[in-house]
Design a protein around this ligand. Structure first.
Ligand SMILES: NC(=O)c1ccc[n+]([C@@H]2O[C@H](COP(=O)([O-])OP(=O)(O)OC[C@H]3O[C@@H](n4cnc5c(N)ncnc54)[C@H](O)[C@@H]3O)[C@@H](O)[C@H]2O)c1
Length: 264
C-alpha cells in the first residue's frame, strides 16, 4: 500500500516546476493526478509522465483566474473519479519585480489575480466535495515571500502573504465545522530551480545587466544557510507528506522548505 494509494489529486500549475514535481511524486506514491495548466503542451506532457508511472493522468487546460472554469474542472473530476482527495495550488506568476512606485496597476492586479484569486477559486471549487466526503487535503503553495517581504517584490509578497492568511482562516473554519478529516496548509518554498527562477534572473539581467549565474549565486542562493537553490522535488516531498494520512494532525500551518532562508 503506497502513501497516496488511489487518491484523486488536482494540481494547478502542474505543467512545470514545483507543480510538475508534485504530480510525479504523487503518481509514484499511488495517486491519480489531474494536471491543470494554462500551457497545453506542458500539462499534457506531465499527464503523460503520470500515466507512464502507471497512474491515471489527465491534463485539463484552464486559467485559474476563471472561477467558472475551476468549478467546471471540479465537476468533471467528480464525474470521472467520484471524489476529490487532494488539491495543490501551484499555479503562480512572479509579479512585476520592480519598486512599488513603478508597479503598474495591471501588473499588481495580474499578480493578485493568479496568485491569490486563482488560489481562492480553486479552493472554493473543490471544498463542497471535500466537505461532503468529510475528508481532503488543501495544500496551497505560498512562498517565503509570504513571510518575509523584499524590495521589488511588493505585489508578489502581498499575494503570498494573503495566500497564507486565506489558508489559515480556512483551517480555522474547518475546525469550527468539526471537519477534522480536511486539512488546509501552505507550503512556503525558498528559491527553487524552476522556470520561474529563470524568468526572474532574465528579468534582472534586463534591468541591471547582471549575469544570471552570478545573480543566482550572489543574490539568491547566498540568502540561505546552505548557499544553494532547492530542487523542485524537495518541495514535492513536503507536499506529498502533507497530503498523506500521517499528516492528518497538521492543519493551519505555513511550512517553510527553504534551506533555512527564513527561521520562523
Ligand atoms: N521557484 C521558486 O523559487 C518559488 C519560490 C517560492 C514559491 N514559488 C511558488 O511556487 C509555485 C510554482 O512555481 P514554479 O517555481 O514551479 O514556477 P513555474 O513557472 O514553473 O510554475 C508556475 C506554473 O503556473 C502556471 N500558470 C501561471 N499562470 C497560470 C494561470 N493563470 N492559470 C493556470 N496556470 C497558470 C504556469 O504555466 C506554470 O506551469 C508558484 O506559486 C510560485 O509562486 C516558487
Amino acid at each position: 500500500m503506497q502513501t497516496l494509494q488511489d487518491k484523486v489529486a488536482i494540481i494547478t500549475g502542474g505543467g512545470t516546476g514545483i507543480g510538475k514535481a508534485a504530480c510525479l511524486d504523487f503518481a509514484r506514491n499511488g495517486a491519480h493526478v489531474v494536471v491543470i495548466g494554462n500551457v497545453e503542451a506542458d500539462a499534457k506532457q506531465t499527464a503523460g509522465e503520470v500515466r507512464a508511472l502507471g497512474r491515471e493522468g489527465v491534463a485539463m487546460v484552464a486559467d485559474v483566474t476563471d472561477a467558472g472554469e475551476m468549478r467546471n474542472i471540479a465537476a468533471k473530476v467528480i464525474e470521472k473519479f467520484g471524489r476529490i482527495d487532494i488539491l495543490v495550488t501551484s499555479a503562480g506568476v512572479m509579479g512585476d519585480r520592480t519598486f512599488l512606485v513603478n508597479t503598474t496597476d495591471e501588473g499588481w492586479c495580474k499578480t493578485m489575480d493568479v496568485n491569490l484569486n486563482g488560489t481562492f477559486y480553486c479552493v472554493k471549487a473543490v471544498l463542497p466535495q471535500m466537505m461532503e466526503q468529510k475528508s481532503g487535503r488543501i495544500i496551497t503553495i505560498s512562498s517565503i515571500s509570504g513571510k518575509l517581504p523584499a524590495a521589488m517584490n511588493a505585489d508578489y509578497s502581498a499575494s503570498k502573504h494573503a495566500v497564507i492568511g486565506m489558508t489559515k482562516a480556512l483551517a480555522i473554519e474547518l475546525g469550527l465545522l468539526g471537519l477534522n478529516g480536511i486539512t488546509a496548509n501552505s507550503v512556503c518554498p525558498g528559491s527553487v530551480d524552476t522556470p520561474m527562477i529563470s524568468e526572474i534572473t532574465e528579468h534582472m539581467r534586463g534591468l541591471t545587466g547582471e549575469d544570471p549565474e552570478m545573480f543566482i549565486q550572489e543574490r539568491i542562493a547566498s540568502k540561505n544557510l546552505q548557499q544553494r537553490l532547492l530542487e523542485p522535488e524537495e518541495i514535492a516531498g513536503m507536499i506529498t507528506y502533507l497530503a498523506s494520512d500521517i499528516a492528518r494532525g497538521i492543519t493551519g500551518q505555513a511550512i517553510n522548505v527553504c534551506a533555512g532562508t527564513v527561521l520562523f
